[in-house]
Design a protein around this ligand. Structure first.
Ligand code: ARG
Length: 292
């Protein structure tokens, strides 16, 4: 099987809208009051896809499905590492209809040799994909959250399926309901995060794994602007409306912010990271096996 590097999933915004509220950011009235909403969302989506293309990534697009507006956030579809796909199970009925479309999509990738295995979680376990499970390439581990969406038993299943170290973090607020809203792993080993979104125990776990000089603490304003829901490619960070203080902190460390306005998607509680899903994450262990 050929493993293709530099590949990312996005999902078409053609049926995107904000018509229900399953997190505190979702504003159906505000969406409904703006006639230009759909056109603006499509233009913003195209701008993000354009930046990914410029960064050299191939974008695989999941077709839109009427009645499933949040399908546009494929980070929630699965956890992917070493060509292995662990399909998500959504907490809310509003999103559960997405599961079969994502399964078909990943099976299609399997038929094309782009992923090696597609697996499911047992009934009763909720896990919302890479939105609640971030791969840390520097430390060779997953940061996996449970809380408003993913259940407390989900990190154990991730450990079993991928055979990697999993650090379990509990999310304790409704506003930062997915780990990717309050936690961002950077290529230089830094972790940019908003500690009040995590339980005391989870904050201790971060401190235990990440030395002080690599812990970048975001302010509430920065987290609320969805700045942590960013895509890091090498030294580039694709981020909606980067706030000036944060931008300066990142630039001082050698990162470049690539701003992209994703305000239409922030109205649903998401931004660049969760509008994408990387297919090209590989552990050191899998690279060793491939080389043998
Ligand atoms: N409206 C979507 C939901 O509440 C937004 C998901 C954004 N995804 C994320 N990983 N932050 O499920």
């Amino acid at each position: 099987m050929t493993m293709h590097a530099g590949r990312v999933v996005m999902a078409s915004p053609d049926h995107y809208e904000v018509c229900y509220a399953i997190n505190p950011w979702m504003k159906p009235e505000q969406w409904g009051a703006d006639r230009d909403g759909p056109a603006r969302a499509k233009a913003q989506w195209q701008a993000l896809a354009g930046l990914l293309g410029e960064a050299g990534l191939t974008v695989e697009v999941v077709p839109a499905v009427p009645g499933l507006p949040d399908l546009v956030f494929p980070a929630n579809a699965a956890v992917v590492l070493d060509g292995r796909v662990l399909l998500a199970r959504f907490r809310y009925p509003q999103r559960q209809g997405e599961e079969r479309w994502f399964r078909d999509f990943f099976e299609g990738l399997g038929a094309r040799g782009l992923v090696a295995a597609v697996e499911s979680l047992p009934d009763g376990v909720f896990q919302e994909g890479a939105g609640d499970c971030l791969w840390d390439a520097s430390r060779q581990l997953f940061w996996a959250a449970h809380g408003p969406r993913s259940t407390a038993d989900s990190p154990g299943h991730i450990r079993r399926v991928f055979g990697q170290t999993v650090v379990d973090l509990e999310l304790v607020t409704a506003r930062f309901y997915h780990l990717d809203t309050c936690f961002c792993v950077l290529s230089g080993g830094e972790v940019l995060y908003f500690p009040p979104a995590l339980s005391a125990r989870a904050q201790e776990a971060v401190i235990a794994h990440v030395p002080a000089e690599l812990r970048l603490v975001a302010t509430a304003d920065e987290a609320e602007a969805f700045s942590l829901n960013a895509i890091n490619i090498g030294r580039d960070l694709i981020m909606t409306a980067p706030p000036p203080r944060l931008r300066a902190v990142l630039e001082e460390r050698g990162y470049r912010c690539r701003p992209v306005d994703l305000s239409s998607f922030v109205l649903s509680g998401g931004a660049s990271y969760c509008m994408t899903l990387r297919l090209d994450r590989f552990s050191h262990a899998s690279r060793r096996v491939a080389a043998e």
